[in-house]
Design a protein around this ligand. Sequence first.
Ligand SMILES: [Mn+2]
Length: 300
Amino acid sequence: MSEQAEFDQLVAPGYPVFLGSEIQQPAPNAAAYHVIPVPYEESVSYGGGTGDGPRAILEASWQLETWDGISTPSDEGIYTQPPVDMNGDAATIVERIAEATRYAVEQGAMPVALGGEHTVTYGVIKGLLAAGETDFGVVQIDAHADLRDAYEGNPYSHASVMKRIVDHDIPLYQLGIRAFCHEEVECRAAREGQIHYQDAVTLVPNGISAIQLPEDFPSKVFFTVDIDGLDPSVFPSTGTPVPGGLGWYQTLGLFESVARQRKIIGFDLMEHAPIPGFHAYDFAASLLVYKLMGIVQRNR
Ligand SMILES: [Mn+2]
């Protein structure tokens, strides 16, 4: 594709630096954020294409303004890592994702992972643990609970990622869920006090854009955004879209309400599956990533 020649700052063939049209790639230890591209697509259950998500988000980021309308997150330094190597089995790849995340933390940066399917988040959480992070919870925006112990026999399925995480005794707060199975409802019940939630049926019809975390929720939060948590009218670019999802401003508001109450130690955007010819969704995904950086910057 000849358009690729326009990208003069690449971290690997086809992988432009995030916002590389506006900023120079800083040294890894001089950035507040490490963008980690993870083109993982293995356990897809319906529509495919998440493996192309990180590249599309990075390309679209060259159309962003550095001023996000309120502040300039890029002033703090954004370093884009090379994409995580996707050779090998799921367990191997999860370990590599963990290693990339640990490297980000050790360089003093906040990991910002771009998927790829939601399984990637498990690797990021393992990386935070390996880097010595303790006393953190996970807040999840998603259409699906992802609490199955395994899906189609695969414990590394994107439909099981939150189960892997709560199995590490990490507290979880779920937002926008609207597709479950019985096993997932039972998992929530069995882990009352560990798993909290405000489902889409509560948030969306009532226009709720802020939550109050429980008092005993950890002081630090990793925030995972499955793009299908937003409504398909905003992001049809995902493998398993479900109607009745969160709006754009509602998503930003929910994230900000958490950032005001707790220290955000990283976030991710998963399950973006570009639709060829519809670059609006790639741009929206890159804008969402940048807006979340801005919220982190202003609430630090
Ligand atoms: Mn998910």
